[in-house]
Design a protein around this ligand. Structure first.
Ligand code: BTN
Length: 338
């Protein structure tokens, strides 16, 4: 009973802080008086004061000017639920989350949590990964506290054959969101978000099966946000980029992460409601693969052809030199010069 009391007190404190923070974030450069905050949020003046003090202790810079009120000046550069909350416009995605300074891989952790029952929409975010993984057994370089490394748990009602669509849904949402920031990435099939030949973000979808359906899906997303090329291992420095490299300035990671999760859920909702068709249209518009001569490397070997389209399940359609169209479901695709 006593334990429950302490826990519920903590939860109330946290949600008071989230309310105050959301209001101050929304108000931008405007000052809000303690009285207005208390009236609008339904909190006592003492609770508002206590929340502001608690937020300051956690690294938020909040100006207080007599007769004007409070103004949020700076957020800490962290991705815990408190920092994300003002920027999340989601119903499920990220509403439950865990934030870790370091983890082996956020995908591995999300998989463990999903296996023990973590709900749809649960997000694992880490500041660094010791075994960040990419597609086809590659590693994902994860310099600490600069980028976004996150994985989310989905419990979709989908046959196994349709799960790969979720990778393309995520790729479209991420690309759209990054375009809103003023950069122009394109997509290399199936999941690379690139600026020209440099990789900006990657998606790794893994699943657990239940008969011919997905029991759960873990979608892992890595987005290079504030790392400079020199923050990556030398052997990949020439093939990576980041939002900071492209824009020439740092970005606020909590705000960008909140927008990414919000956009991903919007596209997931659309996909659930109407199917893959709008995702296919958007993916094709963003593609750097279609129309190109490509070499395809799969477990069965390597061959070349022309990437013509993606089909209604997201598979790549490649015309071979003999004129047949092959449906590629998995593999590495590289553009080749003709
Ligand atoms: C790829 O392009 O090869 C996929 C890269 C996916 C990287 C992300 S980072 C967060 C999540 N955790 C991992 O171990 N991998 C994904």
């Amino acid at each position: 009973m006593a334990y429950f009391h302490i826990v519920s007190l903590r939860l109330n404190d946290q949600s008071d802080q989230e309310l105050v923070l959301a209001f101050l974030a929304e108000s931008g450069d405007e000052y809000t008086s303690g009285e207005a905050l208390s009236g609008k949020l339904g909190l006592s003046r003492a609770a508002v004061f206590k929340s502001v003090e608690a937020l300051r202790l956690q690294g938020y810079r909040i100006d207080a000017v007599p007769a004007r009120g409070y103004r949020l000046v700076e957020l800490p550069d962290r991705l815990s639920s408190l920092e994300l909350s003002p920027f999340l416009g989601t119903h499920d995605l990220g509403r439950n989350s865990v934030y870790l300074p370091v983890v082996d891989s956020t995908n591995a952790e999300a998989f463990r949590l999903a296996s023990s029952g973590a709900p749809h929409g649960f997000v694992v975010i880490a500041e660094s990964q010791t075994e960040g993984r990419g597609r086809r057994g590659r590693t994902w370089a994860s310099p600490a506290s600069l980028n976004l490394y996150c994985s989310f748990i989905l419990r979709p009602d989908l046959p196994l054959s349709r799960v790969p669509e979720l990778t393309l849904v995520t790729a479209v949402a991420v690309t759209e969101c990054l375009r809103d920031l003023g950069i122009h990435p394109t997509l290399k099939w199936p999941n690379d978000v690139r600026v020209k030949h440099r990789k900006l973000a990657g998606i790794l979808t893994e699943l657990s099966t239940d008969g011919d359906r997905a029991a759960f899906v873990v979608v892992g997303l890595g987005v290079n946000l504030n790392a400079l090329r020199t923050d990556f291992p030398a052997e990949i420095a020439d093939v990576v980029t980041s939002v900071r490299e492209e824009l020439g300035e740092r970005v606020a990671r909590p705000a960008v992460t909140g927008s990414l999760l919000t956009r991903i859920e919007e596209w997931m909702d659309l996909h659930e409601e109407v199917g893959f068709a709008p995702v296919r249209t958007a993916w094709k518009e963003m593609s750097q693969t279609l129309g190109q001569s490509v070499s395809i490397r799969t477990e069965r070997g390597e061959w070349v052809g022309k990437a013509e389209d993606i089909d209604e399940t997201g598979a790549l359609l490649v015309r071979t030199p003999s004129g047949n169209v092959e449906r590629v479901l998995a593999g590495d695709v590289e553009q080749v010069s003709t």
